[in-house]
Write a protein of this length. Structure first.
Length: 318
């Protein structure tokens, strides 16, 4: 790939999602009858890569994915799905000792979800995978990171890419019980927690813009260069250490919230790779996240750029 082409590299988890839909989610010890199920691409690393790949179709931005899959049927399916989204899989490794990760997802009639992840090969990702992806880390314009692989590998990837000039975006999901590694905070250019992750990291429930602003101050004090506090249907508060702002939510009719966070980060990366300001990138990311909730599934819910542009034109920010 040409060195002057903007590259988004997602370094993270690759799963196959087994999703069941039912009128309501079961309580502990209870069995409920579902309405349908599907087996499709998932994992936060691959979801963000796929969503970015779909957005980048027809643009000058390239998208690649680094991580691990198993040498199994789910690994074959993951490769085929990611190639369909136009993602470069050259940095991806196959693991002969561990299976491809899976996620078991339950979705109720209102679109809410609960997810159990079995990491498999994702949990074996280490610094050898960083070395394998050296070529892509060294020329990435934006590095997308998540926490479904071990934090030492996340830290090593962040350091390598940031030293080469990349913008490092961390989605702190799932939020670690013991917090982030102290060294990792210093390598984060943009942190994008949702409501539950914000509470886990700061102890603040971001139910208002004022709450989100206080939480963002804490995240910046910990070392992040910018914080985007996502408040779901209440919008996004952002602070880059110098400037701050609020991006109002887009009005859509949600059917499934599974893909919202990953599509938000993909949209953010796509905008930053094209040179948009953080404020502009947050608005684009918000549109991507909102559109993702109007479709079922994870990677397949990712919007195309034409749909994002149309939504932003139809609902301009006041």
């Amino acid at each position: 790939m040409p060195d002057n082409t903007p590259l988004i590299l997602s370094f993270g988890s690759i799963n196959i999602d087994v999703t069941a839909r039912a009128a309501r989610l079961p309580r502990p010890g209870e069995t409920v009858h579902g309405e349908s199920y599907a087996v499709m691409l998932g994992g936060k690393g691959s979801n963000q890569a796929a969503a970015a790949g779909r957005l980048a179709a027809g643009s000058n931005v390239q998208v690649a994915l680094a991580g691990r899959i198993g040498r199994d049927g789910f690994g074959v399916q993951a490769r085929q799905e990611l190639e369909r989204f136009g993602v470069d899989l050259s940095p991806l490794r196959e693991d002969a000792a561990n299976p491809t990760g899976i996620a078991l997802i339950g979705i109720d009639g209102s679109g809410e979800n609960c997810i159990t992840v079995v990491g498999g090969a994702n949990m074996a990702v280490d610094e050898t995978d960083v070395l394998h992806a050296e070529q892509w880390l060294s020329r990435a314009k934006v590095l997308l990171l998540q926490l479904e692989i071990p934090q030492p590998a996340v830290l090593a990837a962040a350091r390598r890419a940031r030293n080469a000039g990349a913008i490092v975006v961390l989605d702190p999901a799932p939020a670690p019980e013991n917090g982030l590694l102290e060294e990792l905070w210093q390598e984060i250019d943009v942190l994008t927690p949702n409501e539950s992750e914000t509470f886990q990291l700061t102890g603040i429930r971001a139910e208002t813009v004022e709450d989100a602003a206080r939480a963002a101050d804490i995240l910046l004090a910990k070392g992040a260069k910018a914080a985007l506090v996502k408040m779901g249907s209440r919008g996004v508060f952002w602070h880059d250490g110098t400037r701050s702002g609020y991006s109002a939510p887009f009005q859509v009719r949600p059917v499934d919230t599974v893909a919202a966070g990953d599509c938000f980060n993909a949209g953010l990366a796509f905008a930053l790779a094209q040179g948009h300001t953080l404020e502009q990138a947050v608005r684009i990311a918000s549109a991507c996240g909102a559109l993702a909730t109007t479709h079922h599934g994870a990677a397949d819910a990712a919007p195309e750029w034409s749909a994002v542009s149309a939504l932003m034109s139809a609902q301009p920010e006041e």
